[in-house]
Design a protein around this ligand. Structure first.
Ligand code: FES
Ligand code: FES
Length: 193
């Protein structure tokens, strides 16, 4: 009896479950684009070099061209189509729009997903190769343009829209800080009341 080369799997994408048969060699990228019609996730190099296919898997940025769909079963996958909530763009999407963080737009979904994952990594205190002081006691390195460039270096832009991409990520990071500060002061206000 030969080994089976396909399986029926359930993918959790943007809060919805999709059950589908897949060849075991199908990448997550091809499953998203070709089987689920989620074509916001782009295929650039198909070999892990360009970042165009970046999505979030359990909140971590992942290049979908290097992950088999079967390995993503049961994990929470978020693509660019799932970033807006209640008709409002995610703050990173809004910043890219406001600051022209793109030219042709092909790399943009991957840039945005990567930036969202990167800001979460930064908030969790992960250092980068550009961080001067990596001791945990030093806290998160300030998100300087150098830090942003280093942390986003897995996402290439053939249009070279890098200056505005860096500005957009910096603005989204500032908005994130402002809303965390507002949450904290609201919570301390509640605690004091
Ligand atoms: S298409 Fe996946 S990294 Fe380029
Ligand atoms: S905007 Fe064209 S590849 Fe980045």
């Amino acid at each position: 009896m030969g080994l089976s080369t396909s399986s029926v799997i359930t993918l959790h994408v943007n809060g919805e479950k999709h059950t589908l048969p897949v060849d075991h060699r199908t990448t997550l990228l091809d499953a998203l684009r070709e089987r689920l019609d989620l074509t916001g996730t782009k295929k650039g190099c198909d070999q892990g070099q360009c970042g165009a296919c970046t999505v979030l898997v359990d909140g971590r940025r992942t290049v979908a061209c290097l992950q088999f769909a079967v390995a993503a079963e049961g994990r929470e996958i978020t693509t660019i189509e799932g970033m807006a909530t209640g008709g409002r763009l995610h703050p990173v999407q809004q910043a890219f729009l406001d600051l022209d963080g793109y030219q042709c737009g092909y790399c943009t979904p991957g840039q945005i997903c990567s930036a969202i994952g990167m800001l979460a990594e930064h908030a969790a205190g992960w250092p980068s190769a550009a961080s001067e002081d990596v001791r945990p006691a030093a806290g998160p390195a300030p998100l300087t343009p150098e830090e942003i460039r280093e942390r986003m270096s897995g996402n290439l832009c053939r249009c070279s829209a890098y200056p505005s991409i860096v500005e957009a990520v910096a603005r989204a990071a500032d908005a994130d800080d402002a809303s965390s500060a507002a949450d904290t002061s609201a919570q301390s206000g509640e605690a004091a009341a």
